[in-house]
Design a protein around this ligand. Structure first.
Ligand code: ADP
Ligand code: NI
Length: 198
């Protein structure tokens, strides 16, 4: 089994994930993964997270996303490196638990590296980027923007407008405050503009 230094593993993982994301709409493309990685590293600094583990979880967190056809296997990719057992297990076990729909509230013993990636992923679903991602995804599925069952605006009510209640760290909650204000303003404005035409 190959032994690489951490930076080489990160670089190879980035290349792998870029490939996996290629066919996805931009809301779930590599730019999303890159934002989550950067935010996770920023949040992780304040709480003593292992930067390598956090970055690996961030890079791999959407490889096996149930919304998309399975194209790659995170476990066999990760297994191709000679990581120590604890690191391997921590990264692998965290991956299916990042998603809000799979794991809205993590168990007490969820590692801090998983918690920072959860928060980073959730912060990327609110604010201006969150609005853009929701319509990017909804558009890719040919969903109506509003006014019908399964519309993108419904997704705001069901999930996005509630996301700040599901953050682990104080720093994430502080970042979320402004983003949630913007999200609510956008939502109210959108509803007002559509209602004004009735
Ligand atoms: P998670 O993996 O945490 O459950 P998702 O992958 O469902 O999160 O959400 C990631 C992004 O996709 C978010 O920006 C979210 O707004 C968008 N998204 C997911 N489902 C929908 C939907 N039904 N309509 C619009 N956007 C959606
Ligand atoms: Ni994600």
């Amino acid at each position: 089994m190959a032994r690489f230094d951490k930076q080489t593993i990160l670089d190879m993982t980035e290349t792998f994930v870029r490939g996996v994301c290629q066919k996805r709409e931009d809301g779930h493309g590599f730019e999303h993964v890159d934002r989550v990685r950067k935010m996770a590293l920023r949040l992780g600094k304040g709480v003593g997270a292992d930067p390598f583990v956090a970055e690996m979880i961030a890079l791999l967190h959407d490889v096996e996303d149930h919304k998309f056809e399975k194209e790659a296997d995170a476990e066999s990719f990760l297994g191709s490196f000679d990581l120590d057992k604890k690191t391997f297990v921590t990264i692998l076990a965290a991956l299916p638990m990042i998603s809000f729909s799979e794991c809205p509230i993590p168990p007490e013993d969820f590692p801090i590296e998983g918690k920072v990636v959860q928060d980073a992923d959730r912060l990327d679903a609110i604010g201006a980027i969150g609005v853009a991602r929701a319509f990017s995804y909804g558009g890719s599925k040919h969903r109506p923007m509003y006014g019908a069952e399964g519309s993108t605006l419904e997704h705001f009510d069901e999930k996005l407008l509630l996301l700040d209640r599901y953050l682990n760290l104080e720093e994430s909650k502080a970042i979320a405050t402004h983003r949630m204000e913007f999200l609510r303003t956008f939502y109210d404005e959108f509803v007002a503009e559509t209602k004004a035409l009735k």
